[in-house]
Design a protein around this ligand. Structure first.
Ligand SMILES: O=c1ccn([C@@H]2O[C@H](COP(=O)(O)OP(=O)(O)O[C@H]3O[C@H](CO)[C@@H](O)[C@H](O)[C@H]3O)[C@@H](O)[C@H]2O)c(=O)[nH]1
Length: 474
């Protein structure tokens, strides 16, 4: 029998312009490339639609390595853009990014023109177009609707955080938060019944409670807008393992857990995805040689992620002083601006003693895989959390903002693979380290969690969900 030629389905993907969002979406794109082995009719051609400032930043980064079958499409296309010499700096904060995105996704904005160009491609091999949109870029859902393109949402973080956001109407109805500001009526009150088997959460963990009262209100508005747009979605791809929570839900959108998507281990591909990497900053790989000189399990790796404001100068100073006093070897990711918080002479002393290393950006996966790293002091960003589990590293948790408090509850209270740090004073750090390194059950717990979320069975279910997504959308 003659084999049918497969048609090409274009998947236009819209990531949010932050490292912790772009990375999992790139892994998802890579998974789509491999889906053709699981589908008799289609192959899939992913293209990432990137705001021009993000595209420019990526093009300038030296550690960009993307499978050539994944297209990176700037919005607007460069010919319509100003000369790069005149290009304004990228938007600096959450609200400026949101404004920039809303501008390119309006009816008159340039994203719609780009999507329409894909829609009209009249090629006999082309099967059509669909879109996958990060919920933080929810205005792109409207673009898809106006262009008549099927669209799914993408949630790059934990399912539990999504359930908190999706639970806003219930939190309002139950009188737990103020309807217009999202501010809890009773700080610290428990939040129950979002997911079976969830760790204890309180109103202090709500992800929009960041910054001043006005900023909190604005973030709450941002989420209610995203939530309203998302209710029109047929399905939402969530970057959590299907086995992480048993989740039965009959609401729209239908949740499909297709993760966790990590470097070198998307559910569907184990090798080729490792070549897909975009990092916004140059990695300092020399720290790996320094790690080679350290004893097994002796080094504390410290990183507070890429996006949300780091911990602030006083905390930087306090952590540096405590590290000095305790004398533990450490590898600390600390950007140049935040180094102003370091005690006088700290960097110089370090370069003489070689007792620790400061880097502006580390090859995090390689660092976490290294046998010298015994523990990871983390802000509990979702990608970092998953990577720590993948590398079976214990965590000292210091959540800073957003979903990180929810992730911390999972790590400390549900999975028991980490300890929450109460502060950066010497005693607090010493006690935290003793607790996390002295727990004899943690290795076993990390192994089981790895198996549950990244093991063979979990991967099979994630792939099955990805296949279900294709059937749903096409
Ligand atoms: O020196 C470094 C530090 C980090 N990373 C990588 O950067 C990513 C960081 O992602 P994540 O841990 O999720 O943190 P953020 O970049 O801060 O992510 C934002 O987005 C996440 C997904 O929505 C949220 O969970 C976080 O709270 C939010 O801050 C990870 O893949 C790390 O491997 C490096 O490669 N080198």
């Amino acid at each position: 029998m003659m084999k049918m030629k497969k048609k090409v389905m274009t998947i236009l993907m819209v990531p949010y312009p932050a490292q912790g969002h772009l990375t999992p979406m790139l892994h998802l794109a890579s998974s789509f490339l491999h889906l053709h082995d699981h589908n008799d009719y289609y192959t899939f051609s992913p293209a990432l639609l990137l705001p021009h400032f993000l595209h420019r930043q990526i093009s300038a980064a030296t550690t960009t390595n993307v499978d050539p079958r994944i297209f990176l499409v700037p919005i607007p296309p460069p010919d319509e853009e100003e000369q790069s010499a005149a290009a304004p700096p990228p938007p600096g904060d959450f609200f400026a990014i949101d404004k920039a995105i809303e501008e390119i996704t309006t009816a008159a904005g340039q994203m719609e023109a780009v999507v329409r160009r894909y829609v009209v491609i009249n090629d006999e091999d082309a099967a059509g177009v669909c879109m996958v949109v990060d919920l933080l870029v929810s205005s792109a859902i409207d673009v898809a609707r106006r262009c008549g393109v099927p669209v799914a949402g993408f949630w790059p973080a934990a399912l539990l955080t999504y359930r908190l956001i999706a639970g806003i109407p219930r939190l309002v109805a139950a009188g737990i938060i103020h309807p217009h500001s999202g501010i809890p009526k009773h700080p610290g009150a428990p939040i129950i019944d979002l997911l079976p088997d969830q760790p204890p959460l309180s109103t202090d963990d709500l992800p929009w409670l960041i910054g001043s009262p006005a900023a909190r209100k604005a973030r709450f508005k941002f989420w209610t807008k995203a939530l309203n747009r998302s209710t029109t979605l047929q399905c939402l791809l969530v970057n959590s393992s299907p086995d992480e929570f048993h989740h039965h839900q009959h609401q729209q959108p239908q949740v499909l857990q297709i993760g966790p998507l990590t470097a070198q281990q998307t559910p569907i591909a184990s090798s080729s995805s490792s070549s897909n990497r975009i990092t916004f900053w140059d990695q300092d790989s020399s720290c790996l040689q320094w790690l080679d000189t350290q004893k097994p399990n002796s080094v504390l790796y410290i990183s507070f992620g890429s996006w949300v404001g780091p911990i602030g100068e006083p905390k930087v100073r306090s952590l540096a002083t405590s590290l000095d006093a305790i004398g533990i070897p450490f590898l600390w990711v600390l950007g140049p601006t935040w180094r102003q918080g370091l005690p006088r002479g700290f960097e110089h002393d370090l370069s003489v003693s070689q007792r620790g290393r400061l880097v502006t950006w580390a090859p995090q996966m390689e660092v976490l895989k290294h046998g010298a790293v015994g523990c990871y002091l983390t802000h509990c960003g979702w990608n970092s959390t998953v990577e720590a589990v993948q590398c079976r590293k214990r965590m000292l948790c210091f959540p800073v903002a957003g979903d990180q408090f929810v992730n911390c509850r999972n790590i400390v209270e549900k999975w028991r693979v980490g300890v929450e740090l109460s502060g950066f004073g010497r005693q607090e750090l010493e006690e935290g380290l003793e607790k996390v390194m002295g727990d004899c059950e943690m290795n076993g717990k990390l192994e089981s969690l790895y198996e549950l979320s990244l093991g063979k069975e979990a991967k099979c279910r994630a792939v099955a969900n990805l296949i279900a997504f294709v059937d749903l959308l096409i």
